[in-house]
Design a protein around this ligand. Structure first.
Ligand SMILES: Nc1ncnc2c1ncn2[C@@H]1O[C@H](COP(=O)(O)OP(=O)(O)OP(=O)(O)O)[C@@H](O)[C@H]1O
Length: 653
């Protein structure tokens, strides 16, 4: 039934319009989609908007649904000027007043039908209990109860569009806006969808649909025709008096249970992020891996630097407490002079042992197990040739196996040698024994033992060691006395030594304690710390960048889904929250895994180096915190892009 009345008549008899547009224009770069539209729509109307392609129908629908903002003009809903609403209020208006049905049903394909049906409720932070209470009846009503658990991607086109209507009306909107809802359906399915829309209207919902189909338009109570962004004809407002079912059904009255709760909004964001991660496991795994590498590298770097520092510290601390070194600036003219100095040093109180050590040039001594002149020659020896006594080995804590360090101190009519473990390996000596020799200065020297543990002098591992006096001093030799002292005595002995060794010329005696090295230790720690910082920052920056890029691509791939959520009333902050939560979760998992991997790497490395691993407890916490932090940071830009997008634009695709 249609009736046309004069504007004056209308104004006098009609109630205030539900939706009212005055002089609405919408311009896009290069196109004016709407050019001064005036239109009033009253509660309970069934309006068809028709017109040629490009005439502005969809744009009008988007403006009506607060998906898009007009360039100029005034739009009032229930008398409230929409331009005065804040973004959050606009979202609320979309959620409470409107239900949207698009030509393409825009389902979240991976989610079952029931979850899609409640998408609007979830987007609005409606409690799970209310969602559960509403979803059964609504699926039943649209003939989808048996498909509740089926992923939306497996539904037929007709089922999907019925599901779209179910989703649009589950929150009891006052107005259903449908943009060519039958456009992608065959006649039979199109008819079913239309029947549902009419049924909604009969029960009191205002229905506004855009259509190209003259038959559908003819069945509407009111037809608004658009051309070039303006309304060129309008059959006029027709409000049914509710003759079908005895007045407006309570369906369109706002449901008191539909109260937005932040807690539920947040819970839904977490659930969605989890589902998005599990649906794309390969992507999620790559993201986790990026954070794992970043935070794992950091934890490993902290652990290794700490372990190394502990190792360095313990060596330095021990030496600082009980070691003094002394040498003559002019060196020694003979080994007897050095031996005399040893006796003088030993006579000082607080001294527990005195050894002497000097190095010969390996390129002159040419250690080899091949007789000189043999062909092919053995490759050049890369270790040291150390002249020392058994006392030195003892005070350094070196351990000699398969022989005896004391043999160094005796003369058997010629020198004897001990080999450090690395030196023995390099020279191809498996074990000492009769006839096992190493050639030094072109002469065979019996090997009388192996140094299996170099103690505090790491050089011994790679050294060929011969006794003091094995070779006469031809020129002055730079030998160093090493004193092991009672703990705490080095400083006092450092003062006493020059006078004890050379009272006539104390300046000839140079004394070193290891205290200076304590400064060095700080330097070493600081350098390592800086290195750790640089490496970890670079690794985490790479992780953030790759995660940010992947997430940004994810946002682009999910534009339709995001648009839908926004159209269904999701707030900008909640959209951003969805991506931030996703980033946080990936970062957290990656960070925790990285912490574990980093620690394992430190333990394995420290064990292989024979260090005591020192992984501070906070390293794992750092891994997790940095993973979490960088996960969130990497999601900031994608989250901003997603939340700032214009829903109308996104729905156009
Ligand atoms: N986001 C946009 N950016 C640029 N131009 C746009 C945008 N949205 C709409 N337009 C332009 O505005 C005009 C109206 O578009 P609209 O989609 O509202 O028309 P329509 O009547 O719904 O067309 P159809 O029936 O083909 O869907 C068109 O010229 C279109 O190209």
């Amino acid at each position: 039934m249609r009736e046309a009345r004069s504007p004056a008549e209308k104004a006098a008899t009609e109630p205030a319009p539900l939706l009212s547009l005055r002089g609405i224009s919408r311009e896009f770069p290069g196109a004016k989609a709407l050019a001064g539209v005036d239109l009033d729509i009253h509660e309970g109307e069934f309006v068809a908007i028709v017109g040629p392609s490009g005439s502005g129908k969809s744009t009008l629908l988007n403006v009506l649904g607060v998906l898009d903002t007009p360039t100029s003009g005034t739009y009032r809903i229930h008398g409230t000027d929409v331009a005065l609403l804040r973004e959050q209020q606009r979202s609320e208006e979309r959620a409470q007043t409107f239900g949207f049905v698009f030509q393409d049903s825009h389902m979240v394909g991976r989610d079952p039908a029931a979850r899609n049906a409640v998408l609007g409720l979830r987007a609005r932070g409606i409690s799970l209990a209310v969602q559960k209470r509403l979803v059964g009846p609504v699926l039943e009503r649209f003939g989808l109860a048996h498909r509740a658990g089926t992923p939306a991607s497996l539904l037929s086109g007709g089922e999907r569009q019925r599901l779209a209507i179910a989703r649009a009306v589950i929150g009891s909107p006052e107005v259903v806006l449908a943009d060519e809802p039958t456009g992608s359906l065959d006649t039979a399915n199109g008819e079913i969808v239309l029947r549902h829309l009419r049924e909604l209207h009969r029960k009191g919902t205002t229905v506004i649909l855009v259509t190209h189909d003259p038959a559908i338009a003819a069945s509407a109570d009111r037809v608004v025709t658009m051309r070039d962004g303006t309304v060129v004809s309008d059959t006029g407002s027709v409000v049914r008096s509710g003759e079908d079912d005895g007045g407006r059904a309570p369906e369109s009255v706002r449901d008191r249970r539909l109260v937005r709760r932040r807690r539920d909004e947040f819970a839904d964001a977490i659930a969605d992020s989890l589902s998005s991660l599990t649906v794309r496991p390969a992507k999620a795994l790559l993201l986790v891996l990026a954070f794992l590498l970043g935070s794992g590298g950091l934890v490993a770097a902290i652990g290794l630097s700490e372990s190394a520092a502990v190792k360095v510290s313990s060596r330095i601390d021990a030496a600082a407490n009980d070691e003094v070194r002394a040498n003559r600036e002019t060196g020694y003219g003979s080994w007897d002079e050095a031996t005399a100095d040893i006796s003088r040093a030993k006579s000082l109180s607080g001294v527990r042992g005195v050894g002497v050590v000097a190095d010969l040039s390996a390129s002159v001594v040419q250690p080899s197990t091949f007789r000189p002149g043999s062909f092919p020659a053995q490759s050049g020896f890369s270790g040291a040739v150390r002249v020392t006594d058994s006392e030195y080995l003892r005070i350094q804590g070196a351990k000699v196996s398969q022989g005896d360090a004391a043999l160094l101190d005796y003369s058997f009519g010629g020198p004897v040698a001990l080999l450090g473990a690395d030196a023995a390996r390099q020279l191809g000596v498996a074990k000492p024994g009769p006839g096992v020799v190493v050639w030094l200065f072109g002469e065979p020297v019996p090997v009388v033992g192996l140094i299996e543990d170099p103690g505090r002098d790491p050089v011994l591992s790679g050294a060929v060691v011969v006794g003091v006096g094995s070779y006469p001093v031809t020129d002055r030799i730079a030998a160093t006395l090493v004193l092991r002292t009672v703990p705490g005595m080095p400083a006092a002995l450092a003062d006493a030594l020059p006078k004890a060794l050379n009272p006539a010329q104390t300046s000839d005696v140079k004394v070193q304690t290891v205290a200076d090295l304590r400064e060095l230790k700080h330097g070493v720690n600081e350098d390592l710390g800086r290195l750790v910082a640089v490496v970890s920052v670079v690794l985490l920056a790479i992780a953030c960048l790759s995660a940010g890029t992947t997430m940004y691509l994810g946002v682009l791939a999910r534009t339709a889904e995001i648009a839908l959520r926004r159209a269904l009333g999701m707030r900008r902050a909640a959209v951003a929250g969805m991506f931030l939560v996703e980033g946080a979760m990936v970062g957290l998992i990656g960070g925790a895994a990285g912490g574990a991997v980093g620690m394992a790497a430190v333990l394995a490395y420290a064990r292989s180096e024979g260090w005591a691993p020192a992984v501070p407890w906070y390293a794992a916490g750092w891994g997790i915190a940095l993973g979490l932090g960088s996960g969130i940071v990497s999601a900031v830009y994608p989250a901003l892009v997603a939340s700032r997008a214009n829903p109308a634009q996104l729905i156009r695709g």
